[in-house]
Write a protein that binds this ligand. Sequence first.
Ligand SMILES: C[S@@+](CC[C@H](N)C(=O)[O-])C[C@H]1O[C@@H](n2cnc3c(N)ncnc32)[C@H](O)[C@@H]1O
Length: 298
Amino acid sequence: MREGAEGTPSASTATAADAGTATSPSPLLEAPALKQCCAQFYASDLATWLLGESFHPGGLELTARLGQQLALTPSDRVLDVAAGRGASALLLAERFGCEVTGIDYGEASVDAANAEAASRRLAERVRFHRADAETLPFTDGEFDALICECAFCTFPDKPRAAQEFARVLRCGGRLGLTDLTSVRLQPPALAGLMGWIACVADARSVEEYVDLLQAAGFTMETVQAQDAALKELIQTVTGRLLATEILAARKQLRLPGIDFAKARALVKAGADAVAHGDLGYVVVVATNRNDPLSHCSS
Ligand SMILES: C[S@@+](CC[C@H](N)C(=O)[O-])C[C@H]1O[C@@H](n2cnc3c(N)ncnc32)[C@H](O)[C@@H]1O
């Protein structure tokens, strides 16, 4: 980790990337506020209730498969970018014996992830820090593998995040990126702030993800559609949202600030988009070819 990087950014102090806002990522909110809203939602109990312990289509089964595709071994140092509450990082450490560092923008998620690592006696090998994916607090080439699951689409500055992935990976290091894909402009129900938080508003096509990663210096190894996993997750969320709404209507659950009509419209629009082939999920495995010192051997 870079010296002095621990603890940055804080909720109240914008990072250099935040302050930079070189591009206007979204008409919704400025980049730091978008990241904060997304982080707050995924740190909430509601997110865990709606999505389960891992916050991406395919769940931990898909993460385990990704670990296999990345050929992880106990000697690997792995970075999980936007690790949420740490479910994937902990699974990879348990399953493959590797050392895992997780970062997330949400302080509460990072605290929950570190507590879970300690309770599973994995704190020696799995650590979580608060950081921004667009300004990773690590030195060049520090990791052998990097995963980023269902989060790249929420980063306002995607080219910069992709460059950061390449910078912190050693030459020949492996990237496993899984994300929502979108083939056309999304309907209004998917385009607002809720859509951004639900990872759909700024989802890109597979070709765009590939272009972004290639521009950062990655060579694609495999690109696999996993649309059925997204369909399944949307079905789960639809059922749980309905149950939540019923409990809230009966005053058995207090969830101030939730607009159920909007949430329902979002989930329905998501299901329709998947059914029409407009929204999907992809797993990309790539190799880092960046080698500023021309020492790349693998
Ligand atoms: C859909 S969740 C995925 C979490 C985890 N990767 C998983 O699959 O379970 C998206 C995560 O991205 C994090 N996030 C959003 N923007 C971020 C950023 N700029 N830097 C780091 N984390 C970010 C959020 O806090 C949230 O935990």
